[in-house]
Design a protein around this ligand. Structure first.
Ligand code: SF4
Length: 357
């Protein structure tokens, strides 16, 4: 696949809407996460929904795991700044209630809700209310009848069975997720599913783990799917504060050149040529200083003037350290030379001059 073809993602999925957020059909990849508050604690849940939205979440999933949670969910929907997805566990009646409460989408795991008749009742309710659905299949809860199949195939077969039922009922407002915590299995399942269906796909590596390994597993999986048009909305599942998942999602999308939020900081790994300039500390400080910027531009932190400006010639702004001083540069061209202690302030002065910021 050529670089140009990679950039232009093939439109292989149909489009649905979750509230006012388009999913699939060439829309930008939507970022979502899930609250981990008790849903009946309305204040805490609303606060977390706001925090997630402020970090960049387009959609937020909220657990509706019982009648107490459903009661809270009703109020959270009313106060939420983003469309909410109700996550239903074993009780299909929660899906019916959540759709009535104004959920933009209900996420059900058909392997957990019991008979196909219950699943059909949820579809009828979604049709009545104009609610979207996520058919979420997890490797840990594939229906018994598919247990003999290899794991990835079992995920696909289980999802396709539910897709067929929905489409027979003339219901197409659904997306599908096929999740596993084993990256190759998750990737294979999603690739295979795409061969059979144009339903939008929600991607995620389930139980990915703590921040660093979880982010790496997610990037390894999504990097094999998103550039090829497989995947329309993502969630990075981390054993972390869910708000921490959002920047990871954007870092992955930005690295794949699919969607950007905020500046991109690049930095050299440093070597003896730095002559004592603290690349690592400066890169962290610059990253922190750029945190509140929403525009996308690239800032380079390089350890020496010998290689720095040249290697980072694509960067909009950069610093290259020297023995006692440093050079601020833009697109490989020096802007000014400053003392080592002035590097940080001088860099941000140059950035501030740019109208785009
Ligand atoms: S830019 Fe300079 S300091 Fe940084 S790794 Fe390369 S040679 Fe070393």
């Amino acid at each position: 696949m050529t670089e140009a073809a990679l950039r232009e993602r093939p439109v292989t999925s149909r489009q649905i809407k979750v509230g006012d957020v388009p999913i699939g059909g060439g829309a930008q990849v939507a970022v979502q996460s899930m609250t981990n508050t008790m849903t009946y604690d309305v204040e805490a849940t609303v606060q977390q929904v706001y925090d997630l939205n402020a970090a960049g979440a387009d959609l937020v999933r909220v657990s509706v795991n019982g009648s107490k949670a459903l009661k809270g969910f009703r109020e959270v929907v009313w106060r939420s700044p983003v469309p909410l997805i109700a996550d239903i566990h074993f009780d299909y009646r929660m899906a019916l209630g959540a759709a009535d409460a104004g959920a933009a989408c209900v996420r059900i795991n058909p392997g957990n809700v019991g008979s196909d008749d219950r699943y059909r009742r949820v579809i009828e309710k979604c049709q009545e209310k104009g609610t979207a659905m996520r058919i979420g299949v997890n490797s840990g809860s594939v229906e018994k009848r598919f247990w003999d199949l290899p794991k990835a195939e079992a995920l696909v077969a289980s999802a396709l069975h539910k897709v067929e039922i929905a489409e027979e009922m003339d219901f197409f407002d659904f997306k599908v997720s096929l999740k596993a915590s084993h990256v190759p299995e998750m990737v294979e399942a999603n690739k295979r599913f795409r061969e059979y269906s144009d339903a939008p796909l929600h991607l995620g590596v389930t139980e990915a783990g703590t921040k660093l390994p979880g982010a790496i597993k997610s990037a390894a999986a999504l990097g094999q799917l998103l550039p090829y048009g497989i995947g329309d909305t993502i969630r990075i599942s981390l054993a972390e504060d869910p708000v921490e998942e959002i920047p990871v999602a954007y870092h992955i999308l930005s690295a794949l050149d699919l969607r950007h939020r905020g500046p991109n900081v690049i930095a050299c790994p440093s070597c003896a040529r730095t002559l004592g300039f603290d690349v690592i500390g400066m890169a962290a400080k610059v990253e922190e200083g750029l945190e509140h910027f929403e525009d996308h531009f690239t800032v380079a932190v390089m350890g020496c003037v010998v290689n720095g400006p040249g290697e980072a010639r694509d960067a909009d702004y950069g610093v290259a350290g020297g023995k006692d001083d440093g050079v601020i540069f833009s697109k490989g061209q020096p802007l000014r030379k400053v003392g080592r202690d002035e590097i940080y302030d001088a860099l941000f002065e140059e950035i501030a001059k740019d109208d785009r910021k």
